[in-house]
Write a protein that binds this ligand. Structure first.
Ligand code: NDP
Ligand code: GDR
Length: 384
């Protein structure tokens, strides 16, 4: 008999990778997607199966983490062996604009799932998508399973409730419920308004001459970035353990946003430098490795870039305080020792590999946009 998994947030970055991973392992995968006025299944369309055919192993259900009855009915129908609760309003900055909704979806949403499993008397194992944002204001580094939490956003506070209600249901009702405290993880299908993807999209467009510059927020904050493909494997491993527990998943290496931008530029042969401080800081292209640029971007775009550098019109990054957060998380660096020893988890990608994967994908996407634009078709610009 195939194992049955239910993934909330299946249309998101992690949900899409996890669904593909579990399908390859022979699972029947059920996913909860939200009703939207437009199609919102781009990331899983390659896994889509016609609902009119028999023997599907990927089944989607309409639902929402704010709707208890909906969640309880789906869990009752599906009777999953494993539940991966990945759905969330996951943008830290946006959570300051929508704090109540974030608390409802990210905090109480977790309770709704735990309580549904308990009331239905199921033995489903539950994975809760906890986050390094719980650490917030720096108490100690590197951050491990024993580091105190100090959340710094409505998102992190909601996730704090999700974390502790998961621990509480595990202890109170002996449920197999675990937290993965995942540090930032990215990929070519990362949401476009998170910092890494915003950068890899913008640098690709700048290299292709489709955009002049990009406006960013705090360039000094530091993040421990891994690849989502590695991190979803940890989620799976956590639910395969005999005993439920909580694990930090991280790389142990931290990098500033500024250095991430430099790495993204380097990937396509552009040398980026920064001058100034705070809101006056500016990033500019100071050189080009022509061979690399031609290979990665295209020889037809080289002259324009060289001209920008020569003319001094070479600023590509400006700071706009609109992207600052009312309270920031300055430094994240995780200690994955427990996951490495107990789960036998090891990431395959390092940061350079992640940047290369994202840049390769975004350059290709933007080349397609450039081609469409030339043909007279308007493509989407994201300046958020
Ligand atoms: P995404 O933002 O890419 O995906 C979030 C998913 O949740 C989407 O499928 C979204 O649907 C869905 N969703 C949002 N609100 C609701 C709701 N009210 N009801 C049902 N579904 C909803 O996030 P990631 O894939 O990056 O992250 C997965 C989880 O892991 C999230 O809980 C996130 O907070 C957490 N996390 C992420 C980290 C990261 O670095 N990526 C690190 C640590 C934790 P739709 O597609 O319709 O918007
Ligand atoms: P984060 O990710 O808040 O860590 O949450 P994000 O990529 O949004 O920000 C990381 C850091 O970059 C700084 N920054 C900017 N961020 C955005 N989005 N846009 C900008 O223009 C910009 N400029 C600078 C931010 O201030 C911040 O310091 C992510 C989400 O996936 C959460 O759901 C998850 O829980 C955590 O990672 C771990």
């Amino acid at each position: 008999m195939s194992k049955v998994a239910l993934i909330t947030g299946i249309t998101g970055q992690d949900g899409a990778y996890l669904a593909e991973f579990l399908l390859k392992k022979g699972y029947v995968v059920h996913g909860i997607k939200r009703r939207s006025s437009m199609f919102n299944t781009d990331r899983i369309d390659h896994l889509y199966q016609d609902p009119h055919t028999d023997h599907r192993n990927l089944i989607l259900h309409y639902g929402d983490l704010t709707d208890s009855m909906n969640l309880t009915r789906i869990i009752q129908e599906v009777k999953p062996d494993e539940i991966y609760n990945l759905a969330a309003m996951s943008h830290v900055k946006v959570s300051f604009d929508t704090p109540e909704y974030t608390a409802n979806a990210d905090g109480i949403g977790t309770l709704r799932i735990l309580e549904a499993v308990r009331l239905l008397g199921l033995k489903s194992r539950i994975y809760q998508a906890s986050t390094s944002e719980l650490y917030g204001l720096v108490q100690q580094v590197p951050q491990s399973e024993t580091t105190p939490f100090y959340p710094r956003s409505p998102y992190a506070v909601a996730k704090l409730y999700g974390y502790w209600i998961t621990v509480n249901y595990r202890e109170a009702y002996k449920m197999h419920a675990s937290n993965g405290i995942l540090f930032n993880h990215e990929s070519p299908i990362r949401g476009e308004t998170f910092v890494t993807r915003k950068v890899t999209r913008a640098i690709s467009r700048i290299a292709l001459g489709m955009q002049d510059k990009v406006y960013m927020g705090n360039l000094a904050s530091k993040r421990d970035w891994g690849h989502a493909k590695d991190y979803i494997k940890a989620m799976y491993l956590i639910l395969q353990q005999d005993e439920p527990d909580d694990y930090v998943i991280a790389t142990g290496i931290t990098t500033t946003i500024r250095d991430f931008i430099k790495m993204a530029c380097q990937e396509v042969g552009l040398e980026a430098s920064f001058k100034g401080e705070g809101v006056d800081e500016v990033g500019y292209i100071s050189g080009v490795d022509e061979k690399l640029f031609n290979a990665k971007v295209g020889v037809e775009y080289l002259e324009a870039i060289k001209e920008r550098i020569k003319s001094g019109n070479n600023d590509i990054v400006h700071v706009d305080p609109m992207y600052f957060r009312p309270t920031e998380v300055d430094l994240l660096i995780g200690d994955p020792t427990k996951a490495m020893s107990k789960l036998n988890w090891t990431p395959e990608y390092d940061l350079a590999g992640l940047v290369a994967d994202m840049m390769q994908s975004d350059v290709k996407l933007m080349q397609k946009d450039a081609y469409l634009n030339k043909g007279g078709y308007q493509t989407m610009n994201y300046f958020e």
